[in-house]
Design a protein around this ligand. Structure first.
Ligand code: SF4
Length: 186
């Protein structure tokens, strides 16, 4: 039996950062995941034991599906950058806790999707992802001064960490790919 989650806030209310926490974002993600939306696979991309720990920690008494209702199964073999992404997020995380590890693992799973990261994660709007990243990785989020699309931004950080520049233009201002990196992410 599954349980419909009810976030503290009404879905239509304008959210404020102060209202938000990992529990809130996980509520959004689990609600979407339980409805078969988003790209997150079984256990949100976590190990089964981690998923059980997360469920007990944040949603005591709730029962979730054992498998992703969407049937999503991510192929990590095509994600050569997986460890680099984990390292990047760990580097900027403000805490070394199971909660942080869960969030990092879930975000990395979302990066394997082909839509905007907030959609792949099953968040309900882009601002949720911005707030989630700001909350868990504030220094990293603040580096996105030009509001780059979040998935593009994370991969750009990986390139910069490796000293790579895979961009076809010398600067964003003159780049034909600008709309793919910036602009609306709705
Ligand atoms: S807009 Fe062009 S130059 Fe800027 S990050 Fe994107 S691809 Fe690279």
């Amino acid at each position: 039996m599954t349980t419909t989650l009810q976030p503290k806030d009404n879905r239509d209310d304008p959210y404020t950062h102060a209202d938000m926490s990992n529990q809130f974002w996980l509520t959004c993600m689990l609600t979407s995941w339980s409805d078969g939306r988003g790209v997150l696979p079984d256990y949100l991309g976590l190990e089964r034991e981690q998923f059980m720990d997360l469920s007990a920690y944040f949603f005591s008494g709730k029962v979730f599906p054992e498998r992703a209702p969407s049937g999503s199964a991510l192929d990590y073999s095509r994600m050569l950058e997986k460890e680099d992404l984990i390292t990047l997020l760990k580097h900027y995380s403000t805490a070394d806790t199971p909660e942080t590890t869960w969030m990092i693992t879930i975000i990395v799973a979302g990066c394997l999707g082909s839509n905007h990261l907030w959609q792949d994660l099953g968040l309900w709007q882009r601002s949720h992802l911005s707030a989630l990243l700001q909350y868990n990785f504030p220094e990293l989020a603040e580096k996105n001064t030009h509001d780059m699309k979040w998935k593009k931004f994370l991969y750009k950080q990986l390139c910069e960490a490796e000293g790579l520049n895979l961009c076809r233009a010398p600067s964003c201002e003159v780049c034909l790919d600008y709309p793919q990196c910036f602009g609306t992410e709705e």
